[in-house]
Design a protein around this ligand. Sequence first.
Ligand SMILES: NC(=O)c1ccc[n+]([C@@H]2O[C@H](COP(=O)([O-])OP(=O)(O)OC[C@H]3O[C@@H](n4cnc5c(N)ncnc54)[C@H](O)[C@@H]3O)[C@@H](O)[C@H]2O)c1
Length: 357
Amino acid sequence: MKHMRAGIIGCGGIANSKHMPAIKKLGLTDLVAFCDLIEEKAVAAKDKFGTVDAQIFTDYKELLKMELDAVYVLTQNRAHSYITIDALNAGKNVLCEKPMAKTSAEAKAMLDAAEKSGKILTIGYQNRYRPDSIYLKRACANGDLGEIYYAKAHAIRRRAVPTWGVFLSEEEQGGGPLIDIGTHALDLTLWMMDNYKPVSVMGSVYKKLGDQTETANAWGDWNPSEFNVEDSAFGYIKMADGATVMLESAWALNTLDVDEAKTSLCGTKAGADMKDGLRINKVQYNKQVVERPELDPEKIRFFDGSGEDPDLVEQQVFYNAVMNGGEVVVKPEQAYVVTQILEAIYESAKTGRAVNF
Ligand SMILES: NC(=O)c1ccc[n+]([C@@H]2O[C@H](COP(=O)([O-])OP(=O)(O)OC[C@H]3O[C@@H](n4cnc5c(N)ncnc54)[C@H](O)[C@@H]3O)[C@@H](O)[C@H]2O)c1
């Protein structure tokens, strides 16, 4: 099979934990260029995952001068938009990490650049490729749930504030848990509903725990003086067809009801949630029934040849799109709507009023 030639821009956490290992395992892409503002990070990435003659850069614009099929934009959120736009304009196909961008204006500019260049743009929402997500998407697309008119997008941690990198910086990331993990849950929910027409959004955004010390945080105490973003945020989203979506997100919240990158759906024929694997609730023969599909990853193969690891599926889908003209699963116009809604939650929380689209 023909190999894809790709470059990595941003050789930090997500590059090392998700993309580069999955690319290596899949074996269909040659990583021939690495860029990071911190040169040692690019060198370390090349040594572990690159071709022998892979090139190292600290200026992404130099990397974009190379002949490449694709680039991965894996920097902090602040740089997603302008690097992606430059890459598309340089004729590269792009996989950009989530969230698509800090603001909807930035996301729209990315969308426009993708359309103008005719190149592929997709966003790193790998939760769509989990076995439970794939199963539920098929059930929704098949109409098994009927009309989905109420849904909850769950992104709640009790005490897991990311204390590395720049996650606590509003300037670098554009927000806290809402834009960081709320984005995954909302993406999953809208994709299941196949509903991308919001009409109004109300939001509440809190920073109630960020100033505390002795935090029992999963990744060690945060530094209150660096904590410039919210610690929890909640949204109430009304869709054009009358459906309602509630979004709950927190890095720190006094709750035992913890759930992340999950959705709960209520339709006219059945409901579903991602607790205990995946549960589909319905009424059958006048009895209340709960189905729990067998999701043993060993038994499910949805995308041909890709295996069942969501990180591998993400790479396989991108490879197929770039090299074989396949379709991406995460469409940039869908990620744009997610960005618009998240921005509206922040905006509504500031003004105390609903944001109407
Ligand atoms: N899909 C997921 O589940 C998931 C999980 C974690 C992070 N992410 C996303 O991945 C992105 C990066 O997060 P991370 O945890 O890897 O952060 P990180 O800080 O570990 O890595 C980011 C890297 O980008 C580099 N960088 C910044 N600006 C650059 C530029 N202009 N040119 C070249 N390199 C540049 C930084 O030096 C750093 O090494 C964020 O957008 C985050 O939301 C996604």
